[in-house]
Design a protein around this ligand. Structure first.
Ligand SMILES: Cc1cc2nc3c(=O)[nH]c(=O)nc-3n(C[C@H](O)[C@H](O)[C@H](O)COP(=O)(O)OP(=O)(O)OC[C@H]3O[C@@H](n4cnc5c(N)ncnc54)[C@H](O)[C@@H]3O)c2cc1C
Length: 466
C-alpha cells in the first residue's frame, strides 16, 4: 500500500497542527512555509501580543495594589506611576519568546518526521505544489496561508510611528501618546495593554461601542473601566487618513476632526493571503474578500484541496485554525471526524478585564434565534473577587427553557480566559444548568459564581414546572 502524500502550504497553527495529525496517521508530510514555523500566530500576532499583555497584567495589578495595603512609598496613592516599564526590554522578551516557541514547534515537526521546506509555495493544479522551481506532488494539499494586516492607501504604516500590529515590537521607547485605530478585538487589546503600561491612549472606533462583535454588556464594562483608567474613547468616529509629520502623527476623522499623537497602531482587520497561489486555476472557489470557501470538514471546491485557518475567514482564531487543519487531515486520512461546530468555540478578548465567551450569544437570544433563559451575576458579589479588589465583571449563563441545557455563557473579569472552561465543557457536552450547579467549586473562588449562576437558572426551571 502506498503512503499518502500531504503537502501543506503555511506553517501556522492551521498548517503545523494538521502536519502533526497527518504524520501520526502515517502520511508523508511536507510543510512549505515562507516566514517561519508557527506562522503569524507565533511570530507576530497571538503569542507576541499575549506576552506583551502579560506585562500589562502585572501593571494592572500594581495599579490596584494600594487598595490591598501595599505601599510603594507613593504618598499620592497611584502606585503605577512610580513604576516604569522598560519597553525595549519588554519587546526583547516578546521577540525572544516568540522565536523560542517557533523553534519548539519546528523541533516537534522534525521529531515527528515532517519535512519542512522554506519558501513561498503555490499550487500547480490541485495535486501539485511548486516552491522556487521545485515541485511536490500530493494526494492532498492543505492551504493554510493565513492573513495579513489590512491597510488603506490613506493610512500607510511606516514601521516607526504608524504601525501595524506586527511592527509594534520594534519600539524601543514608550510612545508619549498612542492612538489606536479600530476597536475590534485587536484594537481593544492593544489599547488596553498600552494604557496599563502607562501610555496615554486614544481609541478611535467607527462604531457606537468598542468590541461591536462581543456581548454588549461585556463591551460596556470594558469601555467604562477603560475610560475610568484614563483612556479616551472616540466612538462613532471613522478614520479617514493617518499621516506623519516628524514626531507627530495625525489621525483625521471623516467628520473633519483631528487627533494627534506620537504613534498610531492600525487595527483595521485582516486580508487573506490567497493571491497568486494558483487557487482559482486549481478549481478552488474564493469568497468575497478573497477568503477560501470551505465546508465544515475543511474541503474546498477542488477535490483533494483542503484549507484551514485565517485564509478561510471562518473564525480568525488560532484555536479554530488548528482544529480546521486537524479536521482536514482526519477527513482525508479516514479517521473519525466531527465537522467544525462554531457554537462550541470558546474565545477570549485579552483586555483588562478579559472577556470570554462560548456558545449562543445574548444577541441571538434577543433576536429570537435561540430561546434561552439568562442569568447574569456581577462579580462584585463574589467573596474571592472582593478579597482581590475586583469589582468589574460578571458571569452570564444561557440555558434552554424546559431542558435546562446550557447553550452559552460570558465571563468578564481577570482570567476570564481560564474561567470560561467549565461553561465550554457544559456547552460542548450539553450539560444542564443543574448538572453544572451540582459540581463542587472551591470556596472562595471566582468560579463559584458560575455554579451560583447555574443554581439561579434552576429557579426558572422550578418556576416553570410548579
Ligand atoms: C494581534 C493578534 C492577536 C491574536 N491573538 C489571538 C489569541 O490570543 N488567540 C487566538 O486564538 N487567536 C489570536 N489571533 C488570531 C490568530 O493569530 C490567527 O487566527 C492564526 O494566526 C491563524 O493561523 P493560520 O495558520 O491560519 O495562519 P498564520 O498563523 O498566519 O500562518 C500562516 C503561515 O503561512 C505562511 N505563508 C503565507 N503564504 C505562503 C505561501 N504562499 N507559501 C508558504 N507559506 C506561506 C505565512 O508566512 C505564515 O507563516 C490573533 C491575531 C492577531 C492579529
Amino acid at each position: 500500500m502506498s503512503t499518502d502524500k500531504v503537502v501543506i502550504l503555511g506553517g501556522g497553527p492551521g498548517g503545523y497542527e494538521a502536519a502533526l495529525v497527518a504524520s501520526q496517521l502515517g502520511a508523508e508530510v511536507t510543510v512549505v512555509d515562507s516566514d517561519g514555523i508557527g506562522g503569524s500566530a507565533v511570530l507576530t500576532d497571538c503569542v507576541p501580543s499575549k506576552t506583551l499583555i502579560a506585562t500589562a497584567e502585572v501593571m494592572t495589578e500594581v495599579a490596584a495594589a494600594a487598595e490591598l495595603g501595599i505601599d510603594f512609598h507613593d504618598h499620592e496613592g497611584d502606585a503605577a506611576r512610580t513604576i516604569r516599564v522598560d519597553l525595549a526590554r519588554v519587546n526583547a522578551r516578546v521577540k525572544a519568546l516568540a522565536a523560542d516557541q517557533s523553534d519548539d514547534i519546528a523541533r516537534r515537526l522534525d521529531k515527528e518526521g515532517v519535512r519542512v521546506v522554506k519558501g513561498r509555495g503555490r499550487l500547480d493544479g490541485p495535486g501539485r505544489v511548486v516552491v522556487d522551481g521545485a515541485t511536490y506532488d500530493a494526494d492532498a494539499v492543505l492551504v493554510a496561508t493565513g492573513a495579513a494586516p489590512r491597510t488603506l492607501p490613506s493610512a500607510q504604516p511606516d514601521g516607526e510611528r504608524i504601525l501595524t500590529w506586527e511592527q509594534v515590537y520594534d519600539l524601543t521607547e514608550m510612545p508619549s501618546k498612542l492612538i489606536v485605530v479600530g476597536s475590534g478585538v485587536t484594537g481593544a487589546e492593544f489599547a488596553s495593554a498600552y494604557l496599563a503600561l502607562g501610555i496615554p491612549v486614544t481609541l478611535v472606533s467607527s462604531r457606537d461601542r468598542v468590541l461591536p462583535g462581543e456581548d454588549a454588556d461585556a463591551s460596556k464594562v470594558l469601555e467604562d473601566v477603560s475610560i475610568r483608567r484614563g483612556m479616551t474613547v472616540l466612538s462613532t468616529s471613522r478614520m479617514e487618513s493617518v499621516t506623519r509629520d516628524g514626531d507627530v502623527v495625525t489621525v483625521r476623522l471623516t467628520d473633519g476632526r483631528e487627533v494627534q499623537g506620537s504613534h498610531c497602531i492600525l487595527a483595521l482587520g485582516s486580508v487573506p493571503n490567497t493571491a497568486d497561489l494558483g487557487l482559482e486555476d486549481a478549481g478552488v472557489i474564493l469568497k468575497d474578500g478573497g477568503f477560501v470557501y470551505v465546508d465544515r470538514v475543511s474541503r474546498t471546491s477542488a477535490r483533494g484541496v483542503y484549507a484551514a485557518g485565517d485564509c478561510t475567514g471562518v473564525l480568525m482564531l488560532a484555536s479554530v485554525a488548528a482544529m480546521q487543519g486537524r479536521i482536514a487531515m482526519w477527513h482525508f486520512l479516514g479517521d473519525t471526524v466531527h465537522p467544525l461546530d462554531l457554537k462550541k468555540v470558546s474565545s477570549n478578548v485579552f483586555t483588562a478585564p478579559e472577556i470570554a465567551t462560548v456558545g449562543w450569544s445574548q444577541k441571538s437570544v434577543d433576536a429570537g434565534d435561540m430561546l434561552a433563559d439568562v442569568v447574569t451575576l456581577p462579580l462584585s458579589g463574589n467573596a474571592r473577587a472582593k478579597m482581590q479588589g475586583v469589582r468589574d465583571g460578571f458571569v452570564k449563563l444561557f440555558c434552554r427553557p424546559g431542558t435546562g441545557i446550557v447553550v452559552g455563557g460570558v465571563v468578564v473579569g481577570p482570567r476570564a480566559s481560564e474561567l470560561i472552561h467549565p461553561i465550554s465543557v457544559a456547552v460542548a457536552e450539553s450539560l444542564t444548568a443543574d448538572q453544572l450547579a451540582q459540581v463542587f467549586t472551591v470556596y472562595p473562588s471566582v468560579s463559584g459564581s458560575i455554579a451560583e449562576a447555574a443554581r439561579r437558572l434552576h429557579r426558572f426551571e422550578a418556576g416553570r414546572t410548579s
